[in-house]
Design a protein around this ligand. Structure first.
Ligand code: SAH
Length: 240
């Protein structure tokens, strides 16, 4: 069944009015009509089965028939702390990591980042839209939040139960062994460096905050591959 994002969806209400892109999509692109059923999400984790009751040129009215908690949302909470990659890669990272079950993404600025945030909200809004579209496409009802970029050196990591930093120079702890040790507790943060990797002091700070450095294997992955590989392994090991 087709899924739509309804920003103004009140889960407790019996009706909802869609406007803007989603209404246009239903009416003009898909040519749906009264009586057709759709699934609505508002990003919070519940999805609603709704039936179209009327359509105008720029709005679609629906009646909510049923509500359910979405089973596609992950049971394990993983926050990706991604050091800013070069132009354009962040969107791919967001899209794929949402599909793989990330719960939140914190863009971070580390010493070897080439790109620095411009302080304007345009890019952040674009990233949030990418997350919303990816969640909708892959069947999730919870849309992962994308934070404003933060300095890696100042990030407070104390809220996480486990912090795993993927370090290209780590050759003892493999992610596989760490995940199988039983010591990785939900909620997890994973930290990925930029193209140039981490400076040792950056890794040391994470370790001093209780984090663990892990290797992702014998090959050096690109920054945009590392988070995806790590998430896939975490979901494989920890999601029931
Ligand atoms: N320029 C660096 C590699 C950086 S790769 C070098 O040549 O050594 C970008 C980021 O991806 C790294 O900082 C790390 O977080 C992650 N990464 C890539 N391959 C990895 C691996 N084999 N083990 C752990 N982390 C890895």
């Amino acid at each position: 069944m087709r899924r739509f994002f309804a920003e103004n969806l009140d889960i407790g209400s019996d009706t909802v009015l869609l406007t803007g892109d989603e209404a246009r999509h239903i009416k003009t692109v898909l040519r749906m009509s009264e009586g057709d059923e759709v699934l609505l999400i508002n990003g919070t984790g519940t999805e609603c089965l709704a039936v179209i009751t009327s359509l105008t040129d720029d709005s679609v009215a629906l009646r909510i028939e049923d509500r359910q908690v979405c089973s596609a949302d992950p049971a394990v909470t993983v926050t990706l702390i991604q050091c800013l990659p070069k132009q354009g890669k962040m969107e791919v990272i967001i899209q794929k990591c949402v599909e793989l079950g990330v719960s939140r993404i914190i863009p971070a600025v580390s010493r070897r980042c080439v790109v620095k945030p411009d302080g304007r909200d345009g890019k952040l809004l674009r990233w949030q839209k990418v997350a919303q579209e990816a969640a909708k496409q892959c069947g999730r009802a919870k849309v992962p939040g994308i934070d404003r970029p933060s300095e890696l050196a100042k990030l407070d990591l104390s809220a996480f139960d486990s912090v795993l930093i993927a370090y290209e120079n780590e050759d003892e702890n493999s992610l596989k062994a760490v995940l199988r040790s039983g010591n990785v507790k939900d909620n997890i943060a994973i930290v990925i460096g930029p193209e140039g990797g981490f400076e040792p002091a950056e890794v040391e700070r994470v370790l001093a905050c209780g984090g663990t450095a892990v290797s992702l294997g014998r090959r050096i992955l690109r920054t945009e591959t590392a988070g995806m590989a790590m998430l896939a392994q975490i979901m494989y090991e920890l999601e029931q």
